[in-house]
Write a protein that binds this ligand. Sequence first.
Ligand SMILES: Cc1cc2nc3c(=O)[nH]c(=O)nc-3n(C[C@H](O)[C@H](O)[C@H](O)COP(=O)(O)OP(=O)(O)OC[C@H]3O[C@@H](n4cnc5c(N)ncnc54)[C@H](O)[C@@H]3O)c2cc1C
Length: 511
Amino acid sequence: MSSKSAVSPAISNEDSKSHPVLEELRMPFSRSMIGSFFQEQPKLGNQFLEDALLQSYLRKHLPPLVLEQASRDLERFGQRIVEEINSLGRECELTYLPQLQQYDAWGCRIDRIITCPAWKRMKELSAEEGLIAEAYERKYSSWSRLIQVVKLYLYSPSSGLFTCPLAMTDGAAKVIETLGSPVALQDAFKHLTSRDPNQFWTSGQWMTERKGGSDVAHGTETMAYPKPDGTYTLHGYKWFTSATDSDMSLTLGRMVDEQGHIIQGTKGLSLFYLEVRDSKGQLNGIEVQRLKDKLGTRQVPTAELLLDGVKAMRISPEGRGVASISSMLSITRIHNAIFSAASMRRIINLAREYASKRFVFGKLIKDHPLHIQTMARMEVEARGAFLLLMEVARLLGLEETNMATEQDQHLLRLLTPIAKLYTGKQAVAVVSEGLECFGGQGYMEDTGLPAMLRDAQVLTIWEGTTNILSLDILRSVIKSQGQVLSAFFSAVQVSYIAITQLQVAKNLHNM
Ligand SMILES: Cc1cc2nc3c(=O)[nH]c(=O)nc-3n(C[C@H](O)[C@H](O)[C@H](O)COP(=O)(O)OP(=O)(O)OC[C@H]3O[C@@H](n4cnc5c(N)ncnc54)[C@H](O)[C@@H]3O)c2cc1C
C-alpha cells in the first residue's frame, strides 16, 4: 500500500484537484515543502552577437573583407562558448583543483601536477581556435592582432583561467619573434603558435623570486653556470610560477663567469629558455616545492620551484635579460587588460539579463531608475576599458606589421601600462558592483559569481602593481623626452576634431 493512500483515504481524486494545498498539508513526506517560486537564472547568450559596442567598433575600423570573414568566425566562436566552453570553464574550478603529487607509491620524487580533464581540454581548444596562432599568422595583416584580442576577450570569462598560460605563451612567442626567430628557437615558436592540439605548447614566465617580483634586478638569486657546450645550468628558487604544467618557460638568471664572479643589478641578468621536461617526460632539474594557496585563480596551478641544475639556453645577449623579456611583459600586460575588460563586460551582461527577470517592489529591476543608474556607471567603465584595449591592440598590430608611425609607437609605449593599470583597478570595482546587482545571490558560490571577484583581484597585482606601472609610465615619458605625451596629445586632438565635426553634421541634419 502506498503512503499516499494510507494517509489520505478520505480525499477523492476530485477533492485533491480542488484542494492541492490541503493535500500537501496532509502528506508532509510526499514532497519537500520549499515553496513554488524559483527565480529564473540569468542566461548566457552569444557574447559576440550581444555586444553592440564590439560589433560597431569592428564595423567602423575593419576593412570590409576582413570584417566579413572575422565576424563569421567570431559569431561561430561566440556560440561555441555558450554551448561548450563556458561549462568547461566552470568545471575547471568545480571538478577538482590542481593537485601536486610529490612522491609515487614507492617513495620516488615525481612532482606531478594533476589538473582536471576540462583544463586539458582548454589547451586543445585554444590550439583549435588559434588563440595564439591568429596573431602570428598575420592572415589579416595589421588587423590580425586585434582579431586575436577580440577572440580572447570573448573567451576569457569562460576560459576557466586558461587565459593565464595563454598570456605567457603569447609573450614567449613575441620574445622569440622580437629576437629575430633564431634557429635554435624556431621549433619552440612552431609549437607555441600551432593550431594542432597535439603540437601546441604553453609557456611559463618565471621571474618572481622571494626577494622581489617588482624589483627583479636586485631580487633575482638564480645563478646561471656556463657549460662547455655553450648551454647553462640554472640554480635558484622561483617563488611564483603560474601554469606550472606548461611545456617550456622563459626565465631570468644571473650569469656566473668561469672565476665564479657575478654582476649585481640589471646588468647581471640574462634571459634563458628551458623545456620543463625531457623527451622521457622527466622534470628538467626542477623540484615543485608546493602549490600556492590562492584567493582566486584557483584553477591555475601556481607553484614554487626549486631549480636544481636546470638545463637552459641563453637567448638574450649577456646582461640584456630584463630588456629582452620586456616584450613578453608588454604582451602579458595586454592580456591582463583583455581579462579586465572582458570580466566587466561579462558581469554587466549577466546583471542586465538578471535585471530583466527579477521582479521587486512591483516591477522588474530594470524598470527602477536607480538600478539603471548603477548599471549605466558600470557600463561607462566597461566601454572605456574596451575602447582603450582595442586602441592598444590596433597599435600593436601596426607595430607588428611594420606599419606603425613613430607616433603610433610612442602611443603604444604609453598606453600599454596605462591600460593594464586602469582596467585592472576598474575590473575589481565593476565586478564587485556587479555582484551587488544580484543581491544575496551575488555572494553565493554556486552561482559562479564570487569567483569572478576573487579572480579579478589578481589583475592589479601580477604583471606589475599599480605603483610599479605608474613608475613605468613616468619612465616612458622621461626616456622619450616627453614624446609619448605629445603623441597622446595629438591623438586626443584628432579624436576631438572628429567628434566635433560629427556633432556639427548631426546638428545640421536636425535643423
Ligand atoms: C596568482 C599569482 C600568479 C603569479 N604568477 C607569476 C608567474 O607566473 N611568474 C612570475 O614571475 N610571477 C608571478 N606572480 C608574481 C607577481 O608578478 C608579483 O607578486 C608581483 O610582480 C609583485 O611582486 P612582489 O610580490 O615581490 O611584491 P613587491 O614587489 O614586494 O611589492 C609589494 C608592494 O610594494 C609596492 N612597491 C614595490 N616597489 C615600489 C616602488 N619602487 N615604489 C612604490 N611602490 C613600490 C608594490 O606596488 C606593492 O604594493 C604571480 C602572482 C600572483 C598573485
